[in-house]
Design a binder for this molecule. Structure first.
Ligand code: TRP
Length: 458
């Protein structure tokens, strides 16, 4: 249709990142979260350890990398929320606005994810409070278990913390990019790494470190099923915040002169490092205390308090750990909320505060389902398990890969070569071609094969 569109540079309506560092912190803040520290260890535990980790790493590099580059590129070119960006770019690149639906799948996934993410983040706030009050001392296997059961069986306690967590997230997003998002990540990200390293020393000296290392790094392929391959891919999407459009959104605030491939490399490196470190902290403790790596979503809430209660002054460490975990969760939650809020500001003309409140409350409501799935509705089991299990499976294993696939197909097949080349102009032609090849063939074929495999076709 109109070939002259798109030559003029659009600008974001919400401002830009103030520096390269804050952008990297924001995206790493989005990537590093409960996915690394809470989800990765328990999913690896449920899926047999080493072999799962290996498949996960392959998914990160072959599928995650090209897709993250694609999403950043689409965001920076579109400069709007993911739905509108896809609509504009679809129109510009080949006269079809239907690409907006890809953005919508992503935003839906983000909506669902934040609803249960906030519940789990609430658990970390509760454990923080208990650490401070000294309620986590002198634990043994059983008392740790019963503290955890008490929490999950109480809808009221979870409701309080879920509400608190959503309120914090909404308040930060309401303040905007520079005053809210950037300030939060600059404050919250650095400490997390320090604490993880301290904990690693603890786990090396006190835990059964070699058993942990073996479990995490020694592949036993007899445990690999098609479902565990899908779980590994789902986890790769989840941990890198892909498929939902939040990377598209953060790309929309990225200045033109920043290197997309360079920043992606840094972000993926940090995220993977933190996930592996978290595993190396947690599994040695699991084996030391005779816990089961297959304990599911409760894994870190059962293991870490036990470990901390063994050392004198351990409540300080445990308090620090849980508050920093909450920080990691907040910086991720911000990225889950921002795209829908930006959509509402851009399309409904509401203020940022009002948009954050409306969307936040809707997500909070959906979160009630996850809370109840641990108590009132725990008997309700269908498809993949409880309501919580289903919300997680649907969003991470189906919606994220699906929209991630479509984002990367758009960036590599539909977007004109000239345009993608412009976005990646800082790297050599060889690196560009490598991206384009993996975005066109490797990532899509990978995602589709894993899907077909999981539904039993191959
Ligand atoms: N990546 C975050 C974590 O590991 C969670 C997250 C933030 C996310 N934004 C996302 C997951 C978008 C999927 C899609 O905890």
């Amino acid at each position: 249709m109109n070939n002259h569109q798109g030559n003029q540079e659009r600008t974001s309506l919400h401002g830009q990142w103030s520096s390269r560092l804050t952008f990297i912190l924001a995206v790493t803040g989005s990537a590093i979260g409960l996915g690394n520290i809470w989800k990765f260890p328990y999913i690896a535990g449920e899926n047999g350890g080493g072999a799962f980790v290996l498949i996960y790493l392959v998914c990160i590099f072959l599928i995650g990398f090209p897709i993250m580059v694609s999403e950043l590129m689409l965001g920076r070119k579109g400069r709007r929320n993911p739905i509108t960006s896809m609509k504009i770019l679809g129109q510009e690149e080949h006269g079809n606005q239907n690409w907006k639906w890809v953005g919508l799948i992503g935003l839906t996934a983000g909506f669902i994810i934040l609803s249960y993410y906030s519940v789990i983040a609430g658990w970390t706030l509760h454990y923080f409070k208990m650490s401070l009050l000294g309620e986590l001392s002198n634990l043994d296997n059983e008392s740790a278990q019963s503290i955890f059961n008490e929490l999950t069986s109480s809808a009221a306690t979870q409701l309080i913390y879920h509400t608190a967590f959503m309120a914090i997230t909404i308040a930060i997003i309401a303040k905007g990019i520079k005053e809210g998002l950037e300030r939060a990540v600059k404050l919250m990200m650095p400490g997390l790494l320090i604490i993880l390293v301290i904990l690693l020393f603890y786990s090396i000296s006190q835990g059964d470190f070699m058993a942990g290392v073996n479990f995490l790094l020694k592949p036993d392929f007899s445990k690999v099923t098609s479902q565990s391959i899908l779980a590994a891919m789902g986890q790769a999407f989840f941990t890198l915040s892909l498929g939902m459009g939040c990377i598209v959104m953060y790309g929309a605030y990225l200045p033109k002169n920043e290197s997309i491939i360079g920043t992606t490399t840094t972000i993926i490196f940090c995220d993977t490092l933190i996930a592996l470190l978290a595993g190396l902290v947690i599994f040695p403790i699991v084996f030391q205390f005779g816990l089961k790596p297959t304990d599911g979503p409760g894994l870190i809430f059962l293991t870490l308090p036990l470990a901390f209660s063994e050392i004198s002054g351990g409540y300080v460490f445990s308090g620090l750990f849980f508050i920093l975990l909450a920080f990691a969760a907040i910086t991720s939650a911000l990225s889950l909320l921002e795209p829908s809020v930006a959509w509402m500001i851009e399309n409904k003309n509401y203020t940022r505060g009002k948009s954050a409140l409306i969307i936040g409350v809707l997500i909070w409501l959906l979160g009630l389902l996850s809370i109840f799935s641990f108590n009132l509705l725990s008997g309700l089991s269908f498809w993949k398990g409880t309501l919580f299990d289903n919300l997680d499976y649907l969003s991470s294993n189906i919606l994220l890969p699906m929209s991630g696939l479509l984002f990367t197909i758009f960036a590599s097949w539909i977007m004109k070569r000239k345009h993608s080349l412009e976005e990646l102009s800082d790297v050599s032609r060889r690196v560009y071609s490598l991206w384009r090849f993996s975005a066109r063939y490797i990532a899509p074929v990978g995602v589709i094969l894993v899907f077909l495999n999981a539904i039993g076709i191959i």
